[in-house]
Design a protein around this ligand. Structure first.
Ligand SMILES: [Zn+2]
Length: 261
């Protein structure tokens, strides 16, 4: 089985879901704590939630491996995304809740981290870059949609409770104003969900690195509070909530497609 699944679509839209992986290579799993083996910090059910995007012609990229193996949405050099704040790194050693991910002595050192970067980080990024290149050969402008989700309350990472939808565009640098406006309007047109634009989550490494509007790649990250489609404690999918949310996600992607078209 491959390190990721890639559905190649026919529209100028790539949906990337880098934290949806839940598998652990057995050699790494053997070094983890029981808490970490539950992979609690997964962006649960993202591929299921965004399954409708294929009907819009989207390409969809989904990794196989958990973010505990290597975090695909962190810079390869391990630099901080939000300097001065608590955050998890390229090879995280603590869960969002602050529990140890590794048994004593199990955390990867410099050499093992470099191995994981080459073995697990690089293939996803090669696939992402190649798919953007393929789409750009067909379309002058493409939308890269980074799909994420997180518990609504994570005291170690942010104060209080997150809005339902947290849209990030690196403070407007990862897409042009027309694309930003189209999504902003689609968010403002609904009244079912709270939202913020470039709040606590402004877009991670993928949004910032690949979002190059002057090169025709317009990137946006949507960080969902998980309560909008699942049970945050049991990790169970909530079909009724998810169906309702999918209506809005569809409207957002359609607005983005119109704006890049
Ligand atoms: Zn995520």
């Amino acid at each position: 089985m491959s390190d990721f699944s890639l559905h190649r679509g026919s529209a100028p839209l790539l949906v990337s879901l880098p934290h949806n992986g839940i598998e652990l290579p057995s050699a790494i799993a053997a070094t983890l704590t029981p808490a970490a083996l539950r992979v609690p910090d997964t962006d649960w059910h993202m591929a299921h939630l965004y399954g409708f995007a294929v009907e819009l012609g989207a390409s969809v990229l989904v990794p196989r491996w958990s973010r505990y193996v290597v975090d695909l949405n962190r810079p390869p050099d391990g630099a901080a995304l939000y300097p001065g704040r608590t955050e998890t790194g390229l090879c995280p050693t603590e869960t969002f809740a602050g529990e140890a991910i590794y048994q004593a002595g199990g955390a990867p050192g410099v050499f093992a981290t470099a191995q994981r970067r080459a073995r697990y980080w690089q293939p996803y990024h090669d696939a992402l870059r190649d798919e953007l290149t393929r789409l750009r050969a067909q379309f002058p402008r493409v939308l890269l949609w980074e799909g994420h989700s997180i518990r609504g309350r994570v005291p170690r990472l942010f104060a209080g409770e997150l809005p339902d939808l947290n849209l990030g565009s690196a403070d407007g640098l990862s897409c042009d104003a027309r694309v930003q406006r189209a999504i902003d309007h689609a968010l403002a047109a609904q009244h079912d969900y709270s939202y913020v634009i470039n709040g606590r989550f402004k877009g991670g490494y993928i949004t910032r690195h690949y979002g190059q509007p002057q090169q025709g790649v317009h990137a946006l990250q949507l960080e969902l509070a998980q309560r909008t489609y699942m049970d945050e404690d049991s990790f169970a999918w909530d079909g009724a909530r998810a169906t309702r949310l999918q209506g809005l996600l569809r409207a957002l992607l359609q607005a983005g497609l119109m704006a890049v078209g």
